[in-house]
Design a protein around this ligand. Structure first.
Ligand code: T46
Length: 316
């Protein structure tokens, strides 16, 4: 995954994406409705200082979505962010990846101090996405002039990030994800010699450890998991690299949540049947699991329907 300048070869996929009604959910940002206009638009915006558009591409350099900074104001060091990805890659990590890379570009390359965005109050999908990543309520000041630029609408929910916010890890300040605890693994830093992290069974995690396994040498973009465990309790963490973990409680509604593991001192305790999927965002990232029991294939629910049946039968 990476973001790069939009290229001619992206045009068909980009046009298809821009023709979808979802694009109308982007506030104050419209992409042209014909291929010719799109070509003109890209030529015109390529050198513009007040807007930057990027393609989000997969490891084969294929277009998966768009992210952009607009209203770039270099005297006030602010800009507006928008992001949209192809529906077939929803929940695959592209939107979050594109967002983080665009924020990094805005803060580190353009030297911005604040990046803001807003969504319609009824755009539940977008609100869920931002809330899932830890952006809850707006605690930053959005200048009135900007609110006015976006039509002064009461139907908008505003979000903003400041240069020094730990936006990549903002979601990690949450305590739970899909009913599982997010724990801080005790970590002792040293001066110029790295850090040592540790946890003790029953003291730091709520079970005894009978087995430890780890997953390594995984290429970027590979997916694993797609199962739940009936009884096994686990602590999952990523001591090296970047892995997206999707957890799904199987409850109807918003039961599927994702978290990016890229901090060795963050662990997820799964102590109930929860469906999990893992996406390797960087090659060679390592996932370590401390588990409460020995390996037995009988404990796996490898089919989603079986998982739903199992949790329902446990409830009754
Ligand atoms: C989990 C996620 C996070 C064993 O023989 N012994 C073991 O201890 C384990 C964990 C696996 N295996 C065998 C079973 C399969 O034939 O190794 C093979 C690969 O396992 P699987 O396809 O389940 O791998 P993942 O990455 O999908 O899932 C693993 C764990 O299995 C699972 O417990 O929660 O990591």
């Amino acid at each position: 995954m990476r973001i790069r300048a939009i290229e001619k070869k992206d045009l068909n996929a980009m046009f298809e994406l821009c023709s979808q009604s979802e694009i109308s959910n982007l506030i104050d940002c419209s992409y042209p409705a014909s291929k010719e206009e799109l070509v003109n638009f890209l030529e015109k915006t390529a050198d513009k200082a007040d807007e930057k558009h990027f393609a989000i591409v997969n490891s084969d350099d294929e277009f998966e979505g768009l992210c952009c900074l607009r209203h770039i104001n270099t005297s006030e060091n602010r800009a507006a962010l928008s992001i949209i990805v192809k529906p077939d890659v929803y929940t695959k990590g592209y939107a979050w990846f594109g967002m983080v890379e665009t924020l990094k570009y805005g803060f580190n390359t353009l030297g911005l101090e604040q990046i803001y965005w807003c969504v319609q109050k009824d755009n539940q999908k977008a609100l869920r996405f931002f809330r899932k990543h830890g952006f809850n309520t707006l605690d930053k000041d959005i200048p009135k002039i900007i609110v006015k630029q976006f039509g002064n609408s009461e139907d908008l929910v505003w979000f903003a990030v400041l240069k020094n916010d730990d936006y990549e890890n903002i979601a990690l300040s949450r305590k739970t994800i899909a009913d599982c605890s997010i724990i801080k693994i005790k970590t002792i830093p040293t001066i110029e010699a790295g850090a040592l992290s540790f946890f003790e069974a029953t003291h730091d995690i709520p079970f005894d450890i009978k087995r430890i396994y780890f997953i390594s040498q995984v290429p970027e973009g590979a997916r694993r998991g797609f199962h739940a465990h009936k009884k096994l309790k686990q602590l999952l963490f990523c001591p090296y690299g970047k892995i997206q973990l999707v957890l799904d409680t199987g409850e109807k509604g918003a039961s599927r949540e994702e978290i990016t593991l890229n901090d060795p001192s963050i662990g997820i305790v799964i102590d109930k049947p929860v469906w999990r999927e893992m996406l390797w965002l960087e090659k060679n990232s390592v996932l370590v699991v401390a588990a409460s029991d020995f390996y037995t294939e009988d404990d796996y629910l490898r089919n989603y329907d079986d998982f739903i049946r199992y949790i329902n039968s446990e409830k009754s």
